[in-house]
Design a protein around this ligand. Sequence first.
Ligand SMILES: Cc1cc2nc3c(=O)[nH]c(=O)nc-3n(C[C@H](O)[C@H](O)[C@H](O)COP(=O)(O)OP(=O)(O)OC[C@H]3O[C@@H](n4cnc5c(N)ncnc54)[C@H](O)[C@@H]3O)c2cc1C
Length: 452
Amino acid sequence: MRVHDKRIYALNDKQSSKDAEDSRGPVIYWMSREQRVKDNWGLLYARELAGETRPLVVCFVMSPSFMCATFRQYDFMLRGLKEVADKLAEMGIPFALRIGGPDAEIVSLANDIGAGTVVTDFDPLRTSWSWQKKAARELKVPLIEVDGRNIVPARVVSDKQEYAARTIRPKIHRLLFEYLEDFPELIPQHVSPPDIPEPDWNAAYRAINVDRSIFPVDFPSGEKSAHIALDSFIKTRLINYAEKRNNPNAGATSRLSAYIQFGQLAPQRAALDVAATGAGDSQDMFLEELIVRRELSENFCLHNADYDSLSGAPEWAVATLDDHRDDQRLYLYTRDEFDKAETHSLLWNAAQNQMRRTGYMHGYMRMYWAKKILEWSPSPEQAVKTAMTLNDKYQLDGRSPNGYVGALWSIAGLHDRAWKKRPVYGSIRYMNERGCRRKFDVDEYISRWNIE
Ligand SMILES: Cc1cc2nc3c(=O)[nH]c(=O)nc-3n(C[C@H](O)[C@H](O)[C@H](O)COP(=O)(O)OP(=O)(O)OC[C@H]3O[C@@H](n4cnc5c(N)ncnc54)[C@H](O)[C@@H]3O)c2cc1C
């Protein structure tokens, strides 16, 4: 089975002509966002190009700092990458771990080994996108992007920013039958690859140049753990998803977001396995979040360059927040007070503490948490910045399109509609603790997370 040609997108117009030396040179799969061996369309495509005559090399370039990531996230990533390297070695595919500026390092590797083609992952966020753009210019050979994240490739589903879930949903559903296909197995490599040094994991840990005070969390990383988590969710919790997913005490959600964020699990694998269960409403609701909501976030970041600021929000929402800019705030906190969970609200502090301690905050609490940041910040701009900064700093699944969209949905009406007007919020949808109390046992949540 071949990789669907619409997942593939040329990032430069360099050609490796049939007779040229470089068309027989190794294929590099520049792994970035999709950090897995199984179910990885980019890796499968690179393997397909290599065939039985050209060697395939997988390379990951670790930038010593990256989009406000902290030590917690680097540690999670490196633990997963070690497993990738070991699994590839069993298949005769070398794994190059380079440290430095990703665009320069990939160009240097391509030149060193006389590569004929470089394949990489689709990524709508600007840091990775700018590395890809620079590499596309500097490489002498084709750089090809493969969308291994979205079930319906983001460049295919829509060529514009979608207004809401209701506008992207029919587009996705119309194309799902074509793209929601099973993955072929990756074929081991038998040609001898170029000489690639063994990855030096200690050097990688030493090179990390970020906030080291955010300690790693005790959450299993890697492809194997991701599949165990998916299986366990399907066997034991999926059945309760429809009824209990909004109860932060129930543990009813999948907890797959970190695996998806680091590319350790293909959303398409989760969709295929869940779709095979016949779990009624729970199945439908889960697939709505996993496919429609998640791919709506990818669509937004692909088509809106202001995806991480208030300027990215819809006009009506920016206007209503502006009208209420000078409304009196009952409480005002600095970013540092939010960070340290020092607000008057035990419920808000519990959510912040859950995130700080575990690298994960329950989805329902994320909405409440971000809306209160709006209510207790001096301006909506600062609220957006605080929510995104804290989300990116602590969540394992942070720094993702879902995070930027989640913050803008909560604070600035993105993909939502206007609601009844209130102070500070204007027409942005409101949430309060009383609403939470109607949904779940707030005191249980508070006592679970507000411990010294
Ligand atoms: C303020 C705020 C910040 C958020 N930050 C992030 C973030 O940084 N990273 C992140 O992945 N998600 C984020 N979300 C979306 C959502 O809350 C999380 O994806 C979800 O809680 C992760 O837990 P889970 O894997 O158990 O979810 P499940 O309910 O089991 O859902 C399965 C998967 O579907 C996707 N999904 C679920 N809910 C949403 C949603 N509302 N929008 C888009 N995709 C969704 C995720 O990939 C998730 O892993 C945020 C939401 C808000 C309101």
